[in-house]
Design a protein around this ligand. Structure first.
Ligand SMILES: C[S@@+](CC[C@H](N)C(=O)[O-])C[C@H]1O[C@@H](n2cnc3c(N)ncnc32)[C@H](O)[C@@H]1O
Length: 315
């Protein structure tokens, strides 16, 4: 008998990156982060020495590391970029889907499956440590001294963090309400019961039709990605006969995993937003000997509040 691999705290992120997204906000960015976000990071890259070593913390599929690699290519700079993440990230899928990015991706050393709390590199190695919507997911007390130790004297730690007042938080709260609605309608319970043979197919169809009927008006009004995803799956299921349903058993499981890991990611993001509400959340970095030299709010397309940035310097 084979045991399924033990659950890890970032499995829901591994599931997400295996779908081939480049950023953690695929509904807002069809390609990489651009506009004011890219400009913020370009400012950081401009002031780096030549050559420079950069560490991207909680890199995901490498969006921010790619901005650094693109900068190096366009400005004929030499950047050695290391990109670490606790999840089983899939930058190979990005290279497959976007051959134009393969060169830039090839310049990045990805360190997957490695929590920042366990990441090792020589002391005083990096000229810039950076993170976008990432470092706030780590154990701050544990990673702050690690990062401070990895930076050269005079080097920067630059962060773009979720901000509790940001537009993204409003979107997340809206999505949480949608998940709660789906819970109340028993969607996950129904799918699980059918997968365990505790529910026959006609009841499955009836219950899914009830879910679709209940959420359709909301979907029409707001076109939410979550309800769109659920409705599409329910429509596909409705078209299958009994044999088709059984043949699509694995697709059902996949649908369930996607739903559940989406909810876990959302809970993770909301947890992180609560952490960032505390004005002193970054105290561990000061305690580790870094100085906070600047901070501010970042607006995308001059109107969307996409986060709060911080620049620390190692004395
Ligand atoms: C919101 S995503 C951001 C990814 C990327 N920076 C971006 O903007 O697209 C947060 C990432 O943090 C990673 N993560 C969470 N806890 C971590 C930890 N302790 N060490 C390293 N990575 C972690 C997750 O696996 C996930 O990929």
């Amino acid at each position: 008998m084979t045991n399924s691999p033990a659950q890890r705290p970032t499995d829901h992120w591994s599931d997400y990156w295996a779908r081939g997204s480049l950023t953690s906000l695929p509904d807002d960015f069809s390609g990489n982060y651009d506009g004011e976000i890219a400009a913020f990071w370009a400012e950081r890259f401009k002031s780096l020495p030549e050559p420079a070593r950069i560490l991207d913390i909680c890199t995901g599929n490498g969006a921010l590391a790619l901005l650094a690699a693109d900068h190096a290519i366009s400005q004929s700079r030499t950047f050695e970029i290391t990109a670490v993440d606790a999840a089983r990230i899939r930058p190979d899928l990005i290279a497959e889907g976007r051959p134009d990015l393969a060169n830039a991706l090839g310049r990045i050393r990805f360190v997957p499956d490695t929590p920042m709390e366990a990441f090792q590199a020589p002391a005083a190695h990096f000229d810039l440590a950076m993170s976008q919507y990432g470092i706030e997911y780590c154990d701050q007390a544990a990673v702050a001294p690690i990062i401070a130790g990895l930076l050269k004297p005079g080097a920067e730690l630059a962060l773009l963090c979720h901000a509790s007042s940001s537009d993204m938080l409003k979107t997340m709260q809206g999505e949480l309400a949608e998940y709660q609605r789906l819970d109340a309608l028993g969607l996950v319970r129904t799918l699980r019961a059918w997968l365990k043979d505790q529910l026959d197919s006609s009841r499955l169809r009836r219950q899914l039709a009830r879910v679709a009927q209940a959420i359709y008006p909301d979907y029409q009004a707001r076109r939410s990605p979550l309800f769109g995803f659920v409705l599409q799956a329910i429509n596909q299921i409705a078209r299958l006969d009994e044999r088709g349903l059984r043949q699509q058993h694995d697709q059902f499981k996949r649908f369930l995993v996607q739903l559940e890991s989406g909810r876990q990611r959302l809970d993770d993001m909301l947890r992180v937003n609560r952490l960032l509400e505390a004005d002193d959340w970054h105290q561990p970095y000061l305690d580790a000997g870094l100085e906070l030299v600047d901070q501010g709010d970042l607006f995308y397309r001059q109107q969307h509040h996409v986060g709060r940035w911080f620049v620390f310097c190692k004395a």
